[in-house]
Write a protein that binds this ligand. Structure first.
Ligand code: NAD
Length: 482
């Protein structure tokens, strides 16, 4: 089926105790398809009443789930992973991701596999998270165990609508926490399918999903002291609002927010290869990834040659339907996005940048934007200071790589980064960058086994690795006397 042969269908955005729920006062929105601009689905969401019903369901499930044996929880996670990987569902899920986000189908398939891998990794991780017993004080035995944090609100963005929820839901379930899930209203279908798959393997009330007015649903949850954790991925602006809202209850926060990743080309790097690595780091998810390369730093004397190497790569991009395997750059998510990126380019030009637009065919329908390279914009321009979230790279010259390290220390974001060059030298630079995760000679540094998280305005806490499990556990000490 091509993107244009779709029929508009209805999505039930409220699921409580493992069942779809008809909201008392439905909240409605239309989901559109970025590749065509046409309507894809009618989403029926809920409000405060459904948010509170979901919270009551999670509260009822809290003790039984916390007391479920670790081996049984791990088994549930493995079964969820197996369902995610099973065909034909896996391919249908990948198609749903592509149609509602505009992501290329190969990347959507990879996202489904990554989502399953999160469940598999955290099934293993919880099995090896043992308590400790200490006999260091005469007459006392100290026992330290890890208990589930409690009810956790999971709020997620549209750009990785399955793997970001998976990265949060898997460790929280493994830890023994019941969940309140609000996926993005921009790309709800694939997230709702994930919810159904999870529900099939956990007791009723352990995962409850409410899509609706974002502030109303999340506010209803975060104002309630029964909610002990918030794990949010999204923009820095919304992260700040939510962090403030959780302060009165001291709710534990994991906040995965915006980025503005440096991409450092060292003098010895092969320029064509560095351009190819940049193309992956830049154009993944059509430029809308939190770790998208943005500030591309090149030695002063190589700026022109590198710009040429990169434009050769970008001029080869094929814009089109994300379901067509020959497409190499899909559309942006929202109708307003191409204009937003164009404004950033205009601002860069006004600051003195040379703006080079890729020589590509831009489809007439849908939310497409041509790739853009901004050369040497002003330090205060939006292209330098803001997260672009689109197919634009910003090329900046440096004399000494210390300038780049200093620049990353002073910018407000600190999430992803990349260095291309001699592996030893590049690793030393990578470890000095003031960010959370860096790819050295590679554009895909993320995997479930390692921690992923941002500094400064890119957020708080980690996902993935052992650290991604521990945020959903509390430490509990008992001192046992004779
Ligand atoms: P967004 O902040 O607009 O939305 C994220 C979530 O917050 C959605 O569920 C949305 O419904 C909800 N929301 C929106 N306004 C709200 C409000 N006033 N109160 C409560 N909830 C609200 O982000 P987006 O456009 O969906 O995603 C893109 C952003 O996410 C980018 O900034 C990107 O860098 C960031 N992101 C970060 C990571 C990471 O791991 N650090 C990963 C992916 C995306």
């Amino acid at each position: 089926m091509t993107a244009t042969e779709a029929t508009v269908h209805t999505l039930a955005g409220v699921r409580i105790n493992g069942e779809p729920v008809q909201p008392a006062q439905p909240w409605r929105t239309v989901v559109t398809e970025p590749a065509t601009g046409q309507d894809l689905a009618q989403l029926i969401g809920g409000g405060k009443a459904e948010a509170m019903a979901a919270l009551d369901a999670a509260a009822s499930a809290e003790r039984p789930w916390a007391e479920t044996a670790v081996a049984a929880r791990a088994e549930a996670l493995r079964a969820i992973a197996a369902d995610l990987r099973a065909e034909p569902g896996a391919e249908q899920l990948a198609v749903a991701i592509s149609r509602e986000t505009g992501k290329r189908i190969a990347e959507s398939r990879a996202e489904v596999g990554l989502s399953a891998a999160f469940f598999e990794w955290f099934a293993d991780a919880i099995r090896s998270r043992h308590g400790q017993s200490h006999s260091v004080v005469p007459g006392l035995r100290h026992e330290v165990i890890q208990r589930p944090l409690g009810i956790v609100a999971v709020l997620t963005p549209w750009n990785f609508p399955v793997s970001i929820p998976a990265r949060k839901i898997a460790p929280a379930l493994a830890a023994g926490c019941p969940l309140l899930f609000k996926p993005s209203e921009v790309a709800p279908e694939s997230a709702l399918r994930l919810a159904e798959i999870v529900e099939a393997h956990v007791p009723a009330g352990v995962l409850n999903t409410v899509v609706g007015d974002p502030a109303e649903v999340s506010g209803s949850w975060l104002d309630d002291p029964r909610v002990r954790g918030l794990t949010f991925t999204g923009s820095t602006r919304v992260g700040q609002l939510l962090a403030a809202q959780t302060a009165p209850n001291f709710t534990r926060n994991v906040l995965e927010l915006g980025g503005n990743a440096p991409f450092v080309v060292l003098a010895e790097a092969d320029l064509r290869r560095a351009a190819e690595v940049l193309a992956i780091a830049k154009f993944r998810n059509n430029g809308q990834s939190c770790i998208a390369a943005q500030q591309v730093w090149v030695p002063d004397h190589l700026v022109d040659s590198y710009a040429n190497a990169f434009t050769e790569v970008t001029d080869e991009l094929v814009l089109g339907d994300p379901l067509d395997p020959s497409t190499t750059l899909g559309p942006l998510a929202l109708p307003s996005d191409p204009g937003r990126v164009a404004e950033v380019a205009q601002d860069a030009a006004a600051s003195g940048a040379t703006v080079v637009t890729g020589k590509v065919n831009v489809p007439a329908n849908g939310y497409f934007a041509a790739p853009v390279l901004c050369l040497q914009p002003g330090a205060d321009s939006r292209a330098v200071t803001e997260e672009i979230f689109g197919p634009m790279a910003v090329l900046r010259g440096y004399r000494d790589v210390d300038e780049v390290i200093t620049a990353t220390r002073t910018q407000r974001y600190g999430l992803g980064g990349y260095v291309v060059g001699d592996p030893l030298r590049a690793t030393a630079v990578a470890q000095a960058l003031d960010v959370g995760i860096v790819g050295v000679n590679n554009a895909t540094p993320n995997t479930p086994l390692v921690p992923f998280g941002g500094l400064k305005h890119s957020g708080l806490g980690w996902e993935g690795g052992q650290a991604g499990l521990d945020v959903f556990l509390t430490q509990h000490t008992t001192a046992v006397g004779a």
